[in-house]
Design a protein around this ligand. Structure first.
Ligand code: FMN
Length: 184
């Protein structure tokens, strides 16, 4: 039996070369001694529509919700789009909030973000924290990880090259392990 925590991660960016996906990979690498990690797919989740819901919650939403329910913790990495979280991420959270057993409720959650501007997702993460209140996620407050000017911090292979950011990510990984164990 492994004592490792089961952690699922979702990214608010769908693009292949997303800095946020690179950040999630970096975090999972950094925590590999303590976590079994898995990336949750949000790319197949349809736009929320109450008429669709009336015929049953889509399989892609149920599958993701089941994985989140089973996981010890959830990591959300998010870009910033027009000072807020991307529609695909909000849409995913909206759908998840409609599942009866409420997979997000009381789930330990860690959030991080990377963007190309100098402010590095400060605004989108604060919006995400507001959404987390209504969905009753148990968000870890600190440390914050805002990766600003992400285009200068990853190499061609998608590896993080910035030493300061690496050390913040290591600290985040350790803190999240403690946070999840405290809530468990
Ligand atoms: C629709 C749109 C809106 C954006 N708005 C912001 C913004 O408000 N703040 C910001 O820092 N970056 C903004 N950006 C730039 C993103 O930081 C950049 O595209 C980033 O690489 C997205 O993350 P990703 O690499 O994980 O896809 C925006 C990009 C798009 C496509």
């Amino acid at each position: 039996m492994s004592d490792k925590l089961n952690i699922i991660g979702i990214s608010g960016s769908l693009r292949k070369k997303s800095f946020n996906k690179m950040l999630l990979d970096e975090l999972f690498d950094s925590a590999s001694g303590n976590w079994n990690s898995e990336i949750g797919d949000i790319s197949e989740i349809p736009l929320y529509n109450a008429d669709v819901e009336a015929n049953g919650i889509p399989e892609s939403v149920i599958n993701l919700g089941t994985k989140i329910s089973k996981a010890d913790g959830l990591i959300i990495v998010t870009p910033e789009y027009n000072y807020s979280i991307p529609g695909v991420l909000k849409n995913t959270i909206d759908w998840l909030s409609r599942i009866k057993n409420a997979p997000l409720k009381n789930k330990p959650v860690g959030i991080l973000g990377a963007s190309m501007s100098l402010t590095g997702t400060v605004r989108s993460q604060s919006h995400l924290r507001l959404v987390a209140v209504q969905t009753e996620m148990l968000i870890m407050n600190k440390p914050d990880v805002y990766v600003a000017q992400a285009q200068n911090k990853f190499d061609e292979e998608g590896k993080l090259t910035d030493e300061k950011t690496k050390s913040v990510i290591n600290k985040f990984a350790d803190s999240f392990t403690i946070w999840v164990n405290k809530i468990k």
